[in-house]
Design a protein around this ligand. Sequence first.
Ligand SMILES: [Zn+2]
Length: 500
Amino acid sequence: MDVNDDAPGLMRNVPSRQKLQSLRWIYDLARICADGMSDEHSNCPKSTENPAPLRLIDLSSGGDTLRLMKKQGMVLKYAALSYCWGSCKASGTRKSNLAERMLAFELSSLPQTLQDSIVIARKLEVPGWKMMDYYANAYLTIVPVSCDSAEQSCLGQQRWVTDQLSGLWVGKPERLLHFNHPVWELVSKEVDKSAWAKRAWAFQERQLSARIVFFGRNGIRFECREGAFDKYNCNESSPIKPDIFLPVPNTPSPEWDALWKIRAKWYNMVSDYVERQLAFESDRLIALSGVVQKFEILFHGKDEYMSGFWKNDLCQGLCWDFSTGFKRLPGEDALFQSCFADSLSLVKSQLFPSWSWCCMRRPVEWDDVAGSIPSAQLLEAIKPLNGADFAIQGKAVKLVLEAWMFPADILDRTLSEDLEVSVRLDARDKPTINPRTLAKYSAIPLLVGLYGADEAQWRASRTTILHKVYGLIIQKANSQHGGNEEYERMGMFKVLSSRH
Ligand SMILES: [Zn+2]
């Protein structure tokens, strides 16, 4: 395929000359970013720091015959591919065809997206590429964002639409005119709406990459820690700094220089991650494990990861929020129901413990709880009996907490004129919970805002008026652990003072 090949017809799905010519632009940007050719990219990882993954496709032959090579640990330049396999029927590299692929295989035997990516990698003079992991160490990551299946081409894709217009022709009756024209869209918008962006696995592939090139229908976008650069035909846009990459270890960054900032980033990331789609729900925590490893470094190894939570910040972690339930505004007498319910089906996944945000298939969020202190203590976290890795298996994990517990219907009484109370439920598959049946449930506060009140006095008597309380609504699970009742999470509550 030659850069100068022109598209023989606009409607044909062939590599566009502009896209192939734009590869020179990416080549220059990648060299400035990765090869230390500019002081401006000081936050970007350099290509000399890259140990290779287990196997790579060797692209050095330049021909149509390729092979897999063992390169583990060698320092070399390679590209990664982050894409949607989608409905593609072709077979990937498996144990059964591995030996064969180590010898030789034809470029044409690969799905179209992979073939295009090899063309791109060769133009960028990247000698090998790998499509699965090791995004952080890759020279760059290629994202064919216009493809929602591996059978599609990212170099030719142009989406056409037909518009109709009624027109009056001299001497003839009114008739409809049909116009075919390509859809024009910013690459950044295309990325946001893409099937790729909805994949859970793509989340960490994006966060961990050194730099990314998005191939859209109308243009190309290059993103690194220093900026996002767009190119449409001959037009280049001015760079904007993206806020999506995790920082490179040991590179000081003002956005990551305090514990509260790192924790806030974690909660923001999980909020974005939790609604993404997985082929296997059991991969929920596994598809995040690369990001977790980076956070362990960012916390300097001083916090312990526990199935989607950080031990030192467990009380906030458990207070994930979901907008359905009932509420009482200051001055009102009782909670009223369903003020923020919506029409979506809300059933918690049974694969994960009820207290885990992994149960939810919809966005969850965490409030800014600055000024609050934890009011519960973790005594023990019980790992799965089968010895599964605690860090990545959320199943059957139980928490033993020491916490203050009270009947949940206390929340339905006017404690004080200026308090706003929200009871928010995780699921709709338990229809019995409503303001009148709250007495059957219990509540445990996990975070309290004392705002200058004496903490020791509060812990001793708990009579101080609180201005902010976050906690869980729980119910008995009809099982016991060590002689104590077990409970499951039903939802969470918030008590907020209008004075703050
Ligand atoms: Zn850069």
